[in-house]
Design a protein around this ligand. Structure first.
Ligand code: CP3
Length: 356
């Protein structure tokens, strides 16, 4: 692994990704800029989700506002997993209350063959947003720490599932049908996604992203043998290529307790843990040579203060101050979450002292 050049090593978040010692546990949240936050909803009143993503000044503002309001140690660029579909020739929209909808789902080899991989530069608006965020956070904060800038992309399986199903799915029937019965189409789809995502991640790194998070949100739908047979190789290739750009990679999925040892084989620097597995067990499953991120149940943010504080402390006690823990949720903040509870969690993580 190439050590990222300074100044990002001046960031406790980046150091924790590399399992280097830190003065305290870094903290940020999945979906920290989202519909639970009034500032985001105010912007959203005037723009669609895609307009925000595609307008660097607005995307940067949303990213910066969330990070500053919460006082977290890292800012994740405001974008969406599905943005690379457009230059690949896959039209989609976000339908209120229903999530993403792909107009013509990709189901055949001929459709996969028609997917474009030569227009990645059309995604450069995300890199422009990252440049603005990087510039804004260029100076160290009052505690001397550099805020970490996180770029991201989807993992091949999770993105393929949206392309093939045409939207969110419960049983991933069409995706698994292609996996099981049309090997040529599946392999070509994986290859094309890896190619596009590598170029997209490269733009983000060149624009200033310190770390890339690869979201395999729906990998938990796969059995261990199917993950190994159909997804491990392309995901490993993607993560290998991103690490060769000189940044650490966080690899995140949900409902992944049984998949963690296989996910570890991708070579990711950090594995995101969902909340179902106690942090200590999850960390044991991935082994000591890998950092972990997580893993508070996002719905705990609706609990009374004493319960919430206890759950936060339990996670930090299980991490036990070992280098390589980044505090986060086990999945994204949901709409309706009280912002003040999110801020409280940040304050508790920052002031937490291990009992000796
Ligand atoms: O601070 C942040 O993390 C926000 C940036 C961000 C968004 N999407 C903006 C967004 C990130 C990191 C994503 C990633 C993303 N997009 C994932 C992986 C993360 C995860 O939760 O596992 C996925 C699966 C998607 C695809 C997607 N985008 C879905 C399924 C939906 C609908 C969800 C819903 O609850 O309606 C979106 C829409 C979306 N992307 C929203 C945001 C803030 C909410 C919708 C809106 O503002 O209209």
């Amino acid at each position: 692994m190439h050590e990222p050049a300074s100044p990002s090593n001046g960031s406790r978040f980046v150091r924790a990704c590399l399992r280097q010692p830190v003065d305290r546990t870094p903290v940020w949240f999945l979906r920290q800029a989202g519909r639970y936050m009034p500032e985001y909803m105010a912007v959203r009143k005037h723009h669609t989700l895609l307009e925000i993503c595609r307008t660097p000044q607005v995307a940067a503002e949303v990213t910066i506002t969330a990070a500053e309001r919460l006082g977290v140690d890292a800012a994740i660029i405001f974008a969406d997993l599905l943005l690379p579909f457009t230059p690949m020739g896959v039209d989609f929209e976000f339908v209120a209350g229903e999530g993403p909808q792909v107009h013509t789902p990709i189901r055949t080899l001929a459709q996969v063959q028609a997917l474009r991989t030569d227009r990645v530069e059309e995604l450069s608006y995300v890199a422009r947003s990252i440049e603005l965020v990087t510039k804004h956070f260029a100076a160290p904060r009052s505690d001397g720490d550099q805020l970490g800038i996180i770029g991201f992309c989807g993992a091949p399986f999770t993105l393929a599932s949206y392309m093939i199903e045409g939207g969110s799915s419960r049983n991933y029937i069409e995706t698994k049908k292609m996996m099981y019965s049309d090997r040529a189409a599946w392999l070509l789809l994986m290859e094309k996604l890896v190619q596009v995502l590598t170029g997209y991640a490269q733009q983000q790194v060149e624009a200033g992203a310190d770390v890339i998070q690869v979201f395999d949100s729906w990998a938990g739908a796969l059995s261990v043998p199917d993950y190994r047979a159909f997804c491990l190789a392309p995901t490993t290739e993607l993560i290998h290529r991103i690490r060769n750009l000189g940044v650490p990679v966080i690899y995140f999925g949900v409902d992944t307790a049984s998949l963690l040892p296989a996910m570890r084989e991708t070579g990711a620097d950090v594995l995101g843990l969902d909340w179902r597995t106690p942090l200590e067990e999850g960390w044991k499953a991935v082994g000591p040579g890998c950092a972990v991120q997580g893993n508070l149940d996002p719905i705990t943010l609706f609990a009374p203060e004493d319960v919430l504080q206890m759950r936060v402390a339990e996670i930090l006690e299980q991490a036990a101050g070992r280098p390589g823990h980044i505090f986060n949720l086990g999945h994204g903040i949901v709409p309706g979450t009280p912002v003040e509870n999110v801020i409280r969690v940040v304050e508790w993580v920052k002031s937490f002292q291990l009992r000796s």
